[in-house]
Design a protein around this ligand. Sequence first.
Ligand code: ASP
Length: 299
Amino acid sequence: MKVAKFGGSSLADSKQFIKVKNIVESDPLRLFIVPSAPGKRNPEDKKVTDMLIECHNMAKKGEDISKLFNKISERFIEIAEDLSIGIEPLLKELKIVEKNIQSDASLAYSASRGEYLNAILLSKHLGFPFVDAKDIIRFNQDGSLSQSETQNLIQEKLLPLKKGVIPGFYGFDDNGNCHVFSRGGSDVTGALIARGVNADIYENWTDVCGFRTADPRIVPDSKFIQQMTYRELRELSYMGASVLHEDAVFPVRNAGIPTQVRNTNDPLHPGTLINYTPQYAGQAPLITGIAGKRVSAPS
Ligand code: ASP
C-alpha cells in the first residue's frame, strides 16, 4: 500500500485537483492521501496558509478579518464549484472557521484550517473517507509530537478504514488544543501516516521531479537524482537542498519505508527514490549530488 502526500502547489486549484485524482486512481495501492493547503497558483499569488496567519494577526489586533477571509473562502468555493462538489457544507465550515479566527482562536488552529478544508474537498473529490488529523496526530501539551500515541491512533482509527484523506500539518493534544509542525510540515504528517499504516512506499508529490545533482540556479542543466540513500539525503539537505521537510525523514527511514519524490505536473517522471541502502542494479554513480551553502566573505 502507498501513502501519497500532495503539496500546496499540487492542490492550488481545481485543475490541480483533477491531476491529483488521475494520479490517485492510476494506482489502486494509493490508499491514504495527505493534502497541504492550497498554495500559489502563480508567482504573484498568496498561499492560503499565509492568508490565514494574516487573519489571525489582524484578529489579535482587534481588526475585522472579513475582507481577507473572503479571499480565502473564494479559493475553496471556486474549487468546489469547478468540481461540482456541493458547496453548502463548505460554506458552513468556512463560517465556523471565520468566526473562530475572529474570536481569538490560536495561531496553530488558524494556520491549520487550510489543510482541514482542503482535505474535506479532496475526500469528496476522490470519494475517500475524510479522517481529521485531530483524531490521529497526537501532540503533547508542550507542542512536541507524541510518537507512540500517534502510531497507536493511526493503527486503531485509520488503518481499519482501508483508505482515507488526512489533512497534513497539524494535530491536537489531549486537552483539545491544536498544534502544527513547522512550515512545510504536511511532509511530516505523510511520513507519520506511512509509518503508522506500514506503507510499502511514501510518495511525496510536489512541483519538481525530485532532487537534482546540483542547484539549478548555479548549474542549469543539472540532472535529477534517480536514487539516493537517507544518509545522502541528510547530507544534501544539511547543505541546503530543500525539497522535503527534514523531520519527514525519521519516521519512514527508521521503519525501512522508502520515500519517493514525484512531480504532480509530470506524473510519468520517476522522480527521486530515497532508500535506506543503495538499490542500484548496475554500478552506482560515484557522486550522487553536490550542495553547498554560501558563506559571507570575511571582512
Ligand atoms: N500549508 C503549510 C505551509 O504552508 C504546511 C505545508 O504546506 O506543508 O507551510
